[in-house]
Write a protein that binds this ligand. Structure first.
Ligand SMILES: [Zn+2]
Length: 87
């Protein structure tokens, strides 16, 4: 069975090789943040990440839920704090 190619083979930005890797992605919606562990195509040279259209759609759904405070299915991992530096 041939491996399905999900990502571009060569990075459109720098021509580097794109490999599949698990990465950490931050998603924001309203005042909420979600930390995602997700597989992405990552360029070995410049580090640019490429996601499948399916993943992008899932990200948008998560961001909408974050914005609507609909976070019951997400696991809380800590608190976020806002710090304003005045100088
Ligand atoms: Zn690249």
């Amino acid at each position: 069975m041939a491996m399905e190619r999900k990502y571009v083979e060569k990075c459109p930005r720098c021509g580097g090789t794109v490999i599949e890797k698990e990465v950490t992605e931050l998603l924001y919606g309203g005042v909420n943040t979600a930390i995602l562990r997700v597989k992405a195509g990552v360029c070995e040279l410049c580090g640019e990440r490429y996601y499948t259209p399916d993943k992008v759609r899932q990200f948008e759904e998560i961001e909408t839920k974050l914005a609507q405070q609909d976070t019951t299915e997400f696991e809380p991992v800590g608190q976020s704090f806002q710090v304003v530096l005045t100088s």
